[in-house]
Ligand binder design. Sequence first.
Ligand SMILES: CC(C)(COP(=O)(O)OP(=O)(O)OC[C@H]1O[C@@H](n2cnc3c(N)ncnc32)[C@H](O)[C@@H]1O)[C@@H](O)C(=O)NCCC(=O)NCCS
Ligand SMILES: Nc1ncnc2c1ncn2[C@@H]1O[C@H](COP(=O)(O)OP(=O)(O)OP(=O)(O)O)[C@@H](O)[C@H]1O
Length: 190
Amino acid sequence: MILGLTGSIGMGKSTTAQMFRDRGIAVWDADAVVHALYAPGGAAIAPVAARFPGVRKGDTIDRAALRAAINAQPDTALDDLNTIVHPLVAADRARWMRNRADTLVVWDVPLLFETGTADACDRIAVVTVDADTQRARILERGTMTPSEVDLILSRQMPDADKRARADYIIETTDMETARAAVDRIVEELT
Ligand SMILES: CC(C)(COP(=O)(O)OP(=O)(O)OC[C@H]1O[C@@H](n2cnc3c(N)ncnc32)[C@H](O)[C@@H]1O)[C@@H](O)C(=O)NCCC(=O)NCCS
Ligand SMILES: Nc1ncnc2c1ncn2[C@@H]1O[C@H](COP(=O)(O)OP(=O)(O)OP(=O)(O)O)[C@@H](O)[C@H]1O
């Protein structure tokens, strides 16, 4: 059983994924794969640096520089980046799935619907919170400017559309509510 876990930026996806891990469920994490692809030895470094000159810092991709490059070319940059990165992410997922005997695994993927990955999942859980809380959480991290947040949001399926496609909705208003929802899902699927 593959449970796809998704949600728009800042909705609490990583925190919720950890709740599945705490219950012994294996989680494949797309954002973590991207981090590895940009770290020393990562397969995305050369092609990303070729498309975005100046974002390479030593043996790594500098995410702040990459964010700035994306914001400087809002119409084309993210599509080009997706074209480079998404096949590498999909290949990692296929490797991770090989020889797996778990009753339930979770795929933690921010762009689950946008990339078509949802089609390969048996069930889908969407994490959600109201838009004001979402924005406050993102800006609190201090890594993105409001205009960078707007650009990312414009490239994601709206939260309401995601919720409409979900088998489970996990409200991340507080930790207890989210934990209770995760408990119910794990109980039902294992
Ligand atoms: C845009 C980048 C530089 C921002 O890096 P940063 O460290 O600030 O944020 P982080 O990687 O933690 O992503 C935060 C959130 O932004 C959103 N997001 C990231 N990339 C994308 C994208 N290509 N399209 C839409 N939303 C995105 C997701 O909700 C994600 O959870 C980085 O996310 C990136 O290189 N993205 C391209 C690869 C990708 O599509 N990753 C998403 C998972 S496959
Ligand atoms: N259930 C919850 N209750 C209260 N706060 C939460 C909950 N889940 C997440 N948060 C808070 O919301 C913020 C964003 O959470 P998290 O990093 O898990 O989101 P995310 O969706 O993975 O973000 P991104 O898409 O940007 O990677 C964090 O500050 C986190 O502490």
